[in-house]
Write a protein that binds this ligand. Structure first.
Ligand SMILES: NC(=O)c1ccc[n+]([C@@H]2O[C@H](COP(=O)([O-])OP(=O)(O)OC[C@H]3O[C@@H](n4cnc5c(N)ncnc54)[C@H](O)[C@@H]3O)[C@@H](O)[C@H]2O)c1
Length: 558
């Protein structure tokens, strides 16, 4: 996502990141216990996420958690494709759309949506129970220990709460819920029912992000005063008719009025079999129309717009980069500038372009309220030249995390040569690691680079979905009902919770949903954009204070 990086500079940036990750492990082995074996040279094996995050399949005693999936659409398909049957066994699926009921079993013939038959074999997959009506029927099966919820946003809280009350542990997709009160209610119900509650912000389980955070914490980037994050897409291309092998032809899809249909993943075509089966029944499942069911992201009642769907992931990453701090204030603007022309999408309520600015506290903010880090976030729908990622800018270097797949790091030198400079890590006086050009050559540099590469694992980079489900299963098997959500005198939970447990995800939801209020305005601001100061009580599950009291969900029957 850097505008003027040459392919050579990109390679240098990646090698720099590897050398810095490896160099930090060599310089500070005590901080990196998990790498000791590798440092001793005893086992030059790639370090897996399980070792890094501190879980393992052995503690499951060969008893994967019996899990049901509720919501077998695009994301449900990815989670099925990524799940590890040593940790989770999918024993039931609930979905109301016939097209997705089929796809979740058959898959798409290629990753990431491999399908249940791919995992379990065709015969074994036949034993997975399919529920095509209310998920409540499924909750009566006492042998189901946990559920994964990948439903539209407005259903997260009501379904998660029902599931926990029925005794199931819950992994619910992000954004945690449609409004902040619902998030707090989910946390309270998890405590009352003593169930594990995990929310699917997968960056918490990505080795790539974990190492990027370590690099930042080491201080080698110097003083960070700005982070730029973005998720840009181009939805202006026509959707093309597919041939019998599923490939695009050169003919655009046209609607009933002969108009060209655009390729917008938030506004997919409605499969005729879903229309036929559900058009007259949608109210039974909490929808006003078949369009609302299939294109739920477009509507305020069912979705949360670009900040809930995309921005929440990246703001989550930014707050981790800055030391798990919460923002101080937000302001922004959101428009429906592309879809304004009715023929393109007359139903769309949510913005198609957003630009939001956050003020975060810097490390010395307590003593000096001028120590502020500015984080900008943009998501647009009409240009994908720079797709998505986060760019962290420090006084000594710049780090870019690109599309959850690679990290590049360049020193800050002034002038155009900075990005062409190879660096490693040296330990300066006072044990402070610094970026250093001399640490980029010689045998030490090669060893550091290979250590850094091993630390990131071999093969394709995992986005963290698999690890998030493994960690969830591990927490369930270790769960001690007696300890529940008890905290020690230092305020830490006394037993292991998922890395993205309810309180962590509550903060992400507060940030995303308050950003919407900043862009859209409130009654008090006359529905005009406004700058909003975040209040600590909004992040506290024990407080009833919320930023979005005006956002009252319509009751849903599911
Ligand atoms: N973590 C990530 O990176 C990521 C990525 C994409 C989506 N998501 C999240 O996953 C969730 C689902 O998104 P998606 O893209 O899969 O949407 P989708 O529309 O493709 O899938 C939703 C599924 O839920 C089913 N459903 C809806 N109402 C139901 C009901 N009452 N009972 C049973 N089934 C019902 C639908 O039939 C559909 O198959 C959302 O919360 C989204 O934000 C997360």
């Amino acid at each position: 996502m850097a505008i003027d990086v040459t392919p050579e500079q990109r390679e240098i940036g990646k090698a720099n990141f590897h050398r810095v990750v490896g160099g930090l492990a060599q310089a500070e082995p005590t901080r990196r216990d998990f790498m000791k074996g590798m440092l001793a040279g005893a086992a030059a094996l790639p370090i897996g996420a399980a070792a890094y995050f501190g879980y393992n399949a052995d503690r499951l005693d060969g008893r994967p958690v019996r899990t049901a999936l509720i919501g077998a659409g695009d994301e449900g398909g990815v989670l099925v494709g990524e799940h590890n049957p040593r940790y989770l066994e999918i024993v039931a699926v609930c979905d109301i759309r016939p097209s997705n009921q089929k796809r979740i079993f058959k898959g798409e013939g290629k990753g990431p949506r491999w399908g249940l038959e791919h995992h379990y074999g065709r015969d074994a997959a036949k034993k997975i129970k399919l529920y095509t009506n209310s998920y409540k029927e499924m909750l009566e099966d006492a042998s189901i220990e946990a559920v994964i919820i990948a439903l539209p946003l407005h259903l997260h809280a009501p379904v998660a709460i029902d599931c926990m009350k029925a005794g199931k542990h819950v992994l619910c997709e992000k954004l945690m819920a449609w409004n902040v009160s619902q998030c707090k209610e989910m946390i309270r119900v998890a405590r009352q029912t003593n169930r594990v509650l995990s929310i699917g912000h997968q960056r918490h389980y990505s080795l790539l992000y974990a190492h990027a955070v370590e690099v930042l914490r080491s201080g080698v980037l110097g003083d960070v005063k700005h982070i730029r994050a973005q998720w840009h897409r181009n939805n202006t291309w026509p959707l093309m008719v597919k041939d019998k092998d599923g490939r695009d032809t050169d003919r655009p899809v046209r609607d009933a009025h002969g108009r060209i249909v655009l390729r917008d993943s938030w506004c997919p075509p409605i499969p005729p079999e879903d229309r036929e089966a559900l058009e007259k029944r949608v109210a039974e499942f909490g929808y006003k129309s078949i369009e609302e069911l299939v294109r739920w992201r477009l509507f305020n009642r069912t979705g949360g717009g670009l900040m809930a769907e995309l921005g929440s992931h990246q703001l989550d990453a930014c707050s981790i980069f800055l030391g798990k701090v919460r923002p101080l204030a937000v302001s922004g603007i959101g428009t429906r500038s592309f879809y304004r022309e009715q023929y393109r999408n007359k139903e769309r309520e949510v913005e198609d372009h957003v630009f939001v600015t956050f003020e975060f506290p810097g490390p010395n903010y307590r003593d000096d309220c001028d120590d502020v880090v500015i984080v900008t976030y943009s998501s647009i729908s009409t240009n994908a030249f720079e797709p998505y990622g986060e760019c962290v800018m420090g006084t000594r270097g710049t780090m870019i995390v690109s599309m959850e797949q690679e990290v590049m790091l360049w020193p800050e030198r002034g002038g155009p040569t900075g990005r062409s400079t190879a660096v490693g890590v040296a330990v300066a006086s006072g044990n402070q690691p610094v970026l250093d050009t001399s640490a980029s050559t010689g045998p030490g540099a090669t060893a550091a680079q290979s250590l850094g590469q091993q630390a990131l694992g071999s093969g394709p980079v995992s986005r963290g979905y698999r690890e998030e489900m493994e960690d969830f299963a591990y927490c369930i098997r270790l769960w001690d009902d007696k300890l529940g959500y008890e905290k020690d005198s230092a305020g830490n939970y006394r037993q292991r919770l998922p890395r993205c447990h309810g309180e962590v995800a509550l903060a992400d939801a507060v940030v995303a949903l308050t950003s919407n209020l900043a862009m859209r305005g409130t009654k008090a601001s006359g529905h005009r954009p406004q700058r909003i100061d975040f209040q600590p009580s909004w992040f506290d599950p024990d407080s009833n204070d919320v930023p979005d009291a005006e956002m009252v969900p319509e009751p849903v029957t599911v």
